[in-house]
Write a protein that binds this ligand. Structure first.
Ligand SMILES: *Cc1c(COP(=O)(O)O)cnc(C)c1O
Length: 439
């Protein structure tokens, strides 16, 4: 049983979150009751100050790395612009994500494109814009890229090779991406990675800059990153002995955040120190130079800046089991609970209550029993229809994974800062949905 369901647990909420004199949650200086009134519910609230601060914290902690904000976590013109202003680079993996970068004039040389099945059109769009790095994931893609280069006179794409390092990250299976039995990268143990390296080194049209690894997502410790770095550096040293010391090493993203008070993520400063130290030590032991390092944080930058606001519609007290609190959104605005068995926290946001806490499950309005937003948490026992609930940690992989199951329009993203609100992504309407149906 939680000590105080009315407290704001530090670490779960965005920087500017606070409680006003009436106990109402405020973000960016705006009471959530006002945000709900102005913009409706459900709504994703985006703490602009928090997002900026996290970009800056990563930029500073990893000052000697290239830091790519992984756009897929939450990409909008605003987030692309803020990341750019903070001096970060940008990681995209499709033509659509690249379009956002282009829309804000994101400097091409600071863009990296990855993805395990980029189409010819996507590669061409990347070459056309002149992105700084392309992370190649397969032999077919090497062929595709090679064939495209002559169509872009003067271009010599700078390539990283994605290596499957064989590390099983301690996270959900769907977001563990570096053991052998998954789709990404060139296998290390099978020798594919080495074959691919030789092919690019011999390819006069492409420039091999280095190796790339992304072991997974929502990883709270550092062991997986250390293991991946060691394996990549060993491979790099083998190639260096043949005369080619690759100048760059990209360790990917995946840094975890706190979704519940039980999660204890490693902060950027500590992560940077560990990665820097491990790489320096390994390179010294291998007798090779230290490469320029890169990371690609998405969730750790965008996740904590977002809070989803919902309005309660129904409450069912299942005797001896739990209380089901149904809100006006659900798996369409946050599929992570259903997809990855993710844990979230919830709080009553629009009023205080001294009712005894009860165990709740926050569910949505979709026709699916798996439509759960928050599997287990506590709310005051008098939670009732009309109440506002806030779920923290929804800034990453919620809007970007949102969908229209049951033809529910996707919620807006409302940026808050200095007492003001501003929609940066508007709410979808039923007319938007109907507009797609041209049959
Ligand atoms: C998804 C992804 C990231 C970002 O992951 P986070 O967990 O959001 O940090 C970075 N790099 C690659 C290649 C990815 O696929």
């Amino acid at each position: 049983m939680p000590e105080d369901v009315n407290a704001l647990h530090p670490g779960l909420w965005p920087t500017t979150a606070a409680l006003d004199d009436h106990g109402v949650l405020t973000i960016g200086g705006v009471p959530v009751s006002e945000i709900a009134e102005r913009h409706g519910t459900p709504a994703y609230v985006f703490d602009e100050v928090d997002f900026r601060a996290r970009c800056a914290a990563f930029r500073e902690a990893f000052h000697d790395f290239d830091v790519y904000y992984a756009g897929k976590a939450f990409l909008s013109r605003t987030t692309a612009r803020i990341a750019e202003e903070a001096g970060l680079s940008l990681d995209v993996c499709t033509e659509g994500e690249l379009a956002y970068a282009q829309a804000v004039g994101f400097p091409a040389e600071r863009i990296l494109m990855h993805g395990n099945n980029k189409s010819e059109a996507e590669l061409a769009a990347a070459l056309e814009y002149g992105v700084g790095r392309i992370v190649v994931d397969s032999f077919e893609e090497l062929d595709r890229l090679h064939a495209l280069v002559p169509h872009f006179p003067g271009s010599r794409p700078r390539v990283l090779l994605r290596v499957t390092v064989g590390v099983r990250a301690d996270t959900h299976a769907y977001i563990a991406t570096a053991h052998e039995d998954q789709k990404f990268g060139f296998s290390l143990v099978g020798g594919e990675a080495e074959t691919a390296i030789r092919r690019v080194l011999d390819d006069g049209l492409l420039e091999l800059r280095g190796l790339h690894s992304h072991i997974g997502s929502q990883i709270l410790g550092t062991a997986g990153f250390e293991a991946a770095a060691k394996r990549l550096l060993e491979l790099r040293a083998r190639i260096a002995r043949e005369g080619a010391e690759l100048p760059e090493l990209d360790l990917g993203g995946g840094f975890g955040i706190a979704y519940t008070p039980a999660d204890e993520p490693t902060g950027p400063k500590e992560m940077a120190d560990i990665l820097r130290t491990v790489v320096a030590r390994e390179c010294a032991a291998l007798g090779v130079g230290v490469p320029r390092l890169a990371i690609e944080p998405g969730r750790a930058i965008a996740g904590p800046s977002g809070v989803t606001l919902y309005r309660v519609g129904t409450v069912k007290h299942r005797q001896g089991i739990r209380t089901f609190v149904a809100v006006d959104g659900g798996m369409s605005d946050n599929v992570r609970t259903a997809l990855y068995d993710a844990s979230y926290s919830v709080r009553l946001a629009g009023r205080v209550s001294d009712a005894a806490p009860v165990l709740v499950r926050v569910v949505g309005k979709h026709c699916d029993a798996g439509d759960v937003v928050v599997r287990d948490d506590h709310l005051p026992g008098d939670v009732r229809p009309g109440d506002l609930l806030a779920v923290p940690g929804t800034g990453a992989y919620c809007r970007s994974l949102a969908h229209n199951y049951n033809q529910i329009p996707r919620p807006p993203v409302v940026a808050v800062a200095d007492g003001r609100t501003r929609e940066i992504v508007r709410r979808e309407t039923i007319a938007d949905l109907m507009g797609l149906d041209v049959g």
